[in-house]
Ligand binder design. Structure first.
Ligand code: B16
Ligand code: MG
Length: 217
C-alpha cells in the first residue's frame, strides 16, 4: 500500500532548477568556462560544492578550497535573488493539488531535498505545512545518489520503504531513491529519466491509483 510520498523539491515541487542553472551559468561565464543547459542536467540533485567541482573540472580549473567557498557563496547569492521573488502560485503545475489529494487520503508527506535553501523555498510558496517531515541539505552527510536522504525521510515518517514512493526530477535523485529500495516516479523528460519506474511530465499527470499499482504490481 502507499502510505507515504517523499518529494524532491527543485524540479518537482517548484522550478528552482532554472534559477540554479542561471546562477551557475553566470559563475561559469565569469570563470571563462562554457556551460550549457545539457551540462546542467549533471548538476541536478547534486550538492552545491559537488556542483561547483563538476563545473571546475569541466573548465579544467584547479583552485583553492578558500576560493571555492567564495565562488559557491557568490552563486548562492545570485540564486537567492531569484528565489526571493517567489510567491504562492509559483509552484509547478499540479503540485499543490496533488499534495491536497495526498492529505485527503491520509498519505504522509515528506521532503527529501539536497538544497540548503529548501525550507526558505517552501515558506515563500506557503507550502511548509503540507510536509510532515523535511529532510534537506543541512541534515545529510552523504549526497544523492547515496540513499541517506530518502531513508532518513522514511524513518522520520515512521514508514517502511516498501510503502513509500519517491518523486524526483534528477538522475542522481532517482539513483538515490532506488539505492534505498524505493519505487520512483520521475518528473520531467522520459528520455532523460528512463531509469524511473514511471515518468510523468508534472505532478498534474500523476494519479493515486497508478501509485498504488506501482507498489503492488
Ligand atoms: P543549494 P533538490 C538540489 O535540490 C538541486 O537540484 C541542485 O541543483 C542544487 O545544487 C542542490 O539542491 C543544492 O542546493 O545550493 O540550494 O543548497 O533537487 O535535491 O531539491
Ligand atoms: Mg530536483
Amino acid at each position: 500500500d502507499v502510505k507515504a510520498c517523499i518529494f524532491d523539491l527543485d524540479g518537482v515541487i517548484v522550478d528552482t532548477a532554472k534559477y540554479h542553472y542561471l546562477a551557475w551559468k553566470r559563475l561559469a561565464e565569469e570563470l571563462d568556462i562554457n556551460f550549457t543547459e545539457e551540462d546542467n542536467e549533471e548538476l541536478k540533485g547534486v550538492s552545491r560544492m559537488d556542483s561547483l567541482d563538476i563545473i571546475l573540472r569541466k573548465g579544467k580549473k584547479e583552485i583553492s578550497q578558500e576560493k571555492k567557498e567564495e565562488l559557491a557563496a557568490r552563486k548562492n547569492e545570485w540564486y537567492l535573488e531569484f528565489v526571493n521573488e517567489m510567491k504562492p502560485g509559483d509552484e509547478l503545475p499540479g503540485a499543490r493539488h496533488f499534495l491536497d489529494t495526498l492529505k485527503e487520503n491520509n498519505i504522509k508527506i515528506g521532503l527529501g531535498s539536497s538544497s540548503k535553501n529548501a525550507k526558505l523555498c517552501l515558506s515563500l510558496l506557503d507550502m511548509t505545512d503540507y510536509f510532515d517531515v523535511i529532510v534537506d541539505g543541512t541534515m545529510i552527510t552523504k549526497a544523492k545518489p547515496d540513499p541517506q536522504i530518502f531513508l532518513m525521510g522514511a524513518e522520520k515518517l515512521s514508514e517502511r520503504v516498501e510503502n513509500s514512493i519517491v518523486f524526483e526530477d534528477a538522475i542522481a535523485g532517482i539513483e538515490s531513491a532506488q539505492n534505498g529500495g524505493f519505487k520512483v516516479v520521475g518528473i520531467g523528460d522520459a528520455k532523460i529519466l528512463d531509469k524511473a519506474d514511471i515518468v510523468r511530465s508534472s505532478l498534474a499527470e500523476v494519479s493515486l491509483d497508478e501509485l498504488k499499482s506501482l507498489n503492488n504490481p
